[in-house]
Design a protein around this ligand. Structure first.
Ligand code: ATP
Ligand code: MG
Length: 425
């Protein structure tokens, strides 16, 4: 026998037992985006490699070691998107959406990063993202955070996540700080973990969010970024805090939150949870006013966030916030015995689906005993079974049997079925 082919490591199937929770979550996301007037945009899952190198930054983990990049048959370099922000900017700019107008956009879909697969970390994973173009004030930063807070409440997760907030200032402020930070790190090079040692020359700000405890202890003595903050960013941050306070959203200021990608300025934030072990960030975002210009467009302010769906699903399960009845496949199971009843119930199934909006009905296929059909009805979670044998067919009747202990079996005439079922569902 041939060996069977398995899925690619880190690229998971989402099985029928899991999709109802995914669909529930996706519906909740869409609801929130609609509530705030955000419009959906869909981008391709592959882009020219340059797009990510230029936007995310050459010295980031994503570009350095996580991208799925290959040459297509024409020899052109393409990359499976590791995130949505760069593609979204590319699309908006290419189609003139950022030209003198405000855009509030959302997207959803698979992302690809070559990482070590573990709980909450896959090579193909899914994100929802929101991006706003054309607004430079802290008001929209606040809105983007407030909408995520609404989502947590809607999902019953408000106690499972906390908001971490920071400002990265202007690029000039960051550059001045970077110079002094590098000087400090170079003096203490021997005390840094190896990843951080490497980053001193490539991406020194990333050293600030090193997970290594010795490095973190050393950083207590590092220059304080807030001392370098430019006035504009300081005012922006202050106003954002006021708005969040007024919206009753609590947050922790985390001066070491720098986020992994190069393109952020001013506001950055993460929603984190302690319920998922090491993969604790469920949503992260910030302002990236420089990116559109960097990708060849007219300078346009931009801000957004991205949320990892796998981690959200894990969190919903962990916090037992899966809505009841999710696994239910059908409301009604339609059982039958004999060829003639099979034909008649097929017609009846179509009639019921037409008559009752949203009815979920499983028409039995594949023959077998009534006992066997009843087992299937139970397994699909149906609330009632309709049963037609030769006698019922001859009399223009059908048996209606409520499952889950609600009421007696009764025989009803075929022209009354829709009304009865509609009432019981
Ligand atoms: P992490 O520090 O966990 O690697 P990140 O900073 O690389 O996260 P972002 O690029 O900000 O992540 O992506 C936003 C969100 O997407 C993350 O907060 C997380 O929820 C999710 N995410 C990122 N990478 C993965 C992955 N490999 N598998 C599953 N979810 C992911
Ligand atoms: Mg990462």
């Amino acid at each position: 026998m041939l060996a069977s082919i398995k899925a690619i490591r880190g690229m998971n199937d989402i099985l029928p037992a899991q999709t109802p929770l995914w669909q529930f979550f996706e519906a909740q996301m869409k609801l929130v985006f609609d509530q705030y007037g955000y419009q959906e945009i869909r981008m391709p899952i592959a882009e020219k490699t340059d797009l990510f190198c230029r936007s995310i930054g050459e010295a980031t983990d994503v570009v350095e070691k996580e991208m799925y990049t290959f040459a297509d048959r024409n020899g052109d370099n393409m990359t499976l998107r590791p995130e949505g922000t760069a593609s979204c900017v590319r699309a908006a700019q290419e189609h003139g959406l950022t030209y003198n107008q405000v855009q509030r956009l959302w997207y959803h879909g698979p992302m690809f990063r070559y990482e070590r697969p573990q709980k909450g970390r896959q090579r193909q994973f899914h994100q929802f993202g929101a991006e706003v173009y054309g607004l430079d004030g802290p008001d929209v930063d606040a809105e983007l955070i407030i909408m995520t807070a609404r989502l947590w409440r809607q999902l019953g997760l408000q106690d499972a996540v906390t908001l971490q907030l920071n400002t990265l200032g202007s690029s000039a402020a960051r550059a001045a700080y970077r110079t002094d930070l590098v000087t400090f790190l170079q003096v203490n090079m021997h005390l840094l973990d190896t990843d951080s040692q490497r980053r001193v020359s490539t991406n020194p700000l990333r050293v600030l969010d090193s997970k290594d405890s010795n490095t973190q202890a050393l950083l207590d003595g590092a220059p304080d970024f807030y001392g370098y903050l430019d006035d504009e960013s300081r005012v922006h941050f202050q106003r954002l805090r006021e708005l969040l306070d007024a919206a009753d959203i609590s947050y922790e200021i985390n001066p070491r939150l720098v986020r992994g990608l190069d393109y952020y300025c001013k506001t950055v934030f993460e929603w984190v949870t302690d319920k998922l072990g090491a993969q604790g960030t469920v949503c992260g975002g910030g302002r990236y006013d420089g990116m559109i210009e960097q990708l060849g467009g007219k300078s346009t302010p931009a801000v957004g966030w991205a949320m990892g769906v796998e981690r959200m699903i894990l969190l919903l399960q962990e916090m037992q916030q899966e809505p009841a009845g999710l696994g239910q496949q059908a409301d009604v199971y339609l059982a039958h015995m004999g060829d003639a009843a099979s034909l008649r119930t097929m017609q009846l199934a179509e009639q019921l689906r037409s008559d009752i909006a949203g009815l979920r009905l499983l028409w039995h296929c594949g023959g077998g005993s009534l006992k066997n059909q009843m087992k299937k009805a139970d397994r699909c979670g149906a609330k009632l079974v309709l049963i037609m044998g030769e006698d019922e067919l001859a009399q223009g009747q059908i048996q209606l049997r409520p499952l889950q202990g609600q009421g007696e079996q009764q025989s009803i005439s075929l022209d009354q079925v829709s009304a009865h079922v509609a009432e019981l569902i």
